[in-house]
Structure formats: C-alpha cells, structure tokens
Write a protein that binds this ligand. Structure first.
Ligand code: NCD
Ligand code: ZN
Length: 344
C-alpha cells in the first residue's frame, strides 16, 4: 500500500507542559490529532477543575490558527483530593478523566497517591459519575526491580481496584509487558489500555546496548523483545481494548542528557507517522484506523472524528532537534529516516 486515508486520530495520553515548551509541542500534536487527553503532572499538578480550565485556556492559545484541536483535560489524584471535586469534574465540559500516579512512580509524581485506600471514596465517586480512571500502573516499592514494576502492579494492585469498583472504567496507561496485555484482554469491558510508539518500536537494547541512549528512557521502562511482540500483537489486532496514547513527554535536551536524566520520550512531532510505520511493517496497516481513531473515542464514549487524514509512503528525515527558546528538544528518531508521511 502506498497511501492510506483514515479518520483523523486522537492521542489518548499526552504531556504538553507549559510556557515555551507548550508552544513548541502543541502545533506538532494539533497537525495530526483532533483531540488529546492532557496529562496533569505539572509542577504543581492539576488537582482542581479550576486549574484544569486555566490549563485548557493556555493550551488553546498555543494552537495554530489554521488548526482545530480539543484538549481533553484530566485531574491529578492526590491523597487529599475531595469527593466534591469529582462532582464538579463530572459537570465540567473540560474534564474527561482522572489520573492516578502512585507517589514517586514517575516525572512529577511526588504529590501522587501514597496509599490506595486513601482515595477509595474518590474511586466510588468516579464510578458513580462514570469518569474514567487513568492509571500509571507501576508499583513504587524501591526494592522492586524497575523492569518488574508494571508486572507486579498488574498482578497485585490492579485486580483489587477492579474487584472493589467493577463499574469503574479504567485505562491502564502505556502498557509495556506481555502480562499487562494478557490482563487487559482477560478483564471486563471496562478495562482498556493505551500503547506508545516507543514500546512498539524498541526493546530494552535500544536504551542500553552499544552505549546508553537517554532519549529512549521513559517510564514504564522499555522491556525485552518478547514484550514488544506482545504489544505489537495487541495494537495491530484491532481489538477494542487497545488504543493510541503516545505518552509523548517532552524534556529539554540537558535534562535528558544528564547524569540523572528525566524519563520521557518525545514523539508528538511524528506520532501518527511512527505508528503507521509500525503497523505497515507488521502488515497490519488496515487496522491503524481502528487503533488510532475508533477504539479511543468508543471507550471514552465520545463521538468519532469525521475529518480524514492521508498518510503516504515517503522517506523523510526527522529533524535533529526542535527549538524551545534557546534550548533544544530532541525528538524520537532524531536525524533518522521515517517511511510514512502525513499529507498536509
Ligand atoms: C512522563 C513525563 O515526563 O511526564 N514520563 C515518562 O517517562 N512517560 C510521565 C509518565 O507518563 O510516566
Ligand atoms: Zn505519561
């Protein structure tokens, strides 16, 4: 196939930050996606509907005039968030989900939840108002090997949440393991998962073999080949439980190329093109639309987009960097060739 036209996709997991970074990254996302679920892990985090509405306005200001883009805002759950905030969120036209970060799991998760029981009343309210719960599914016990953190969360923690709140819609974000894929498959229809391009493209050799590559470091960390293959099978299957969520997570170059580098891969510059390349190389391009444009809105109970986009087979070179004021943002596959291109 030399070209494919699909319904305009959405990104169901995206970090856009604020200020100069936001201004650099929003045009990249808005060029491809109609909507995106915006992660609330700012510093300080987006913990109230009021903050989410302000953040929404800042994002809208950064959307280029010729593009339409709808940010779907989320609230960051903390130990102290009040049930009344969930009621306000349910009534807000801006807020579409709440995000659970186990405290310390990832970038800006220090205010995350320390004890799940602390927020059971919140889960209760979310279940009642049918607000989806988005989970960063990793345990944070320091003794737990970083490559096992998702598997243990899926084995020990997630089943408890589901058992106590069987009607709560849950998205296990950025799944990275065969075990997580199997769990989501076997779980009820209320449970779904997003999958990033980097976890579909790479195994852990891409971080550690032949030199340490900080731009491939994200959380949950990229796993072995066996897991990548399970993720490819899930994403390209067309199964309604799996959908596109880039987890595009921009950090300045010096924060990535650092003796203690930040977690996060930046992929918004070419997200749908990267997914197209992945689907094409597994001979499943015909399922790209289901994964990128149908399964997400269906799960979120939102209308599917009506506009179309066209992707063509064409080699082009991804820029080595994008400017953010006087700093640089290094994109995934910087300076490398990619074989699919969005027609503007
Ligand atoms: C994300 C970030 O930088 O905000 N980093 C990442 O590695 N994915 C946080 C997150 O989603 O875990
Ligand atoms: Zn993320």
């Amino acid at each position: 196939m030399e070209q494919i036209t699909i319904t305009r996709p959405d990104d169901w997991h995206l970090h856009v930050r604020t200020g100069a970074m936001l201004k650099t990254v929003i045009p990249h996302t808005a060029r491809q996606f109609a909507r995106a679920i915006i992660m609330p892990n700012l510093n300080p985090p987006i913990t109230t509907v009021k903050l989410a509405e302000n953040y929404y306005q800042e994002i809208i200001q950064a959307v280029p005039e010729n593009l339409k883009f709808q940010p779907l805002m989320t609230l960051y759950l903390t130990d102290t968030i009040h049930v009344s905030e969930i009621k306000v969120a349910a009534a807000s036209p801006y807020v579409f989900a709440c995000k659970l970060y186990p405290a310390g799991a990832t970038t800006n998760s220090d205010s995350g939840v320390t004890q799940l029981d602390n927020i059971f009343p919140i889960f209760e309210a979310m279940q009642k108002h049918d607000i989806p719960l988005l989970i960063h599914g990793e345990i944070t016990t320091p003794e737990c090997d970083i490559f096992d953190r998702e598997r243990v969360f899926v084995d020990k923690i997630l089943p408890k949440i589901i058992a106590d709140f069987p009607e709560l819609r849950i998205v296990l974000e950025h799944v990275t393991t065969e075990e997580a894929v199997q769990f989501v498959h076997a779980a009820s229809k209320k449970i779904a998962a997003t999958i990033t391009p980097q976890h579909l493209m790479f195994n852990r050799n891409a971080i550690l073999a032949g030199g340490i590559r900080p731009h491939h470091y994200c959380l949950p960390i990229i796993k072995r080949e066996q897991h990548r293959l399970a993720l490819i099978a899930a994403a390209t299957s067309g199964h309604p439980k799996f959908f596109l969520g880039t987890d595009s997570a921009p950090h300045l170059q010096f924060k990535k190329e650092n003796s203690c580098g930040c977690a996060g891969c930046y992929s918004a510059h070419a997200a749908i093109e990267l997914y197209a390349e992945i689907f094409a190389s597994s001979n499943n391009l015909s399922n790209l639309e289901t994964f990128a444009s149908f399964n997400g809105p269906d799960f979120y109970k939102l209308p599917r987009n009506t506009e179309k986009i066209t992707l063509r087979r064409n080699n082009w070179i991804i820029p080595g960097y994008y400017s953010v004021n006087n700093d640089h943002l290094i994109p995934l596959k910087a300076g490398e060739a990619i074989s699919w291109q969005l027609s503007e």
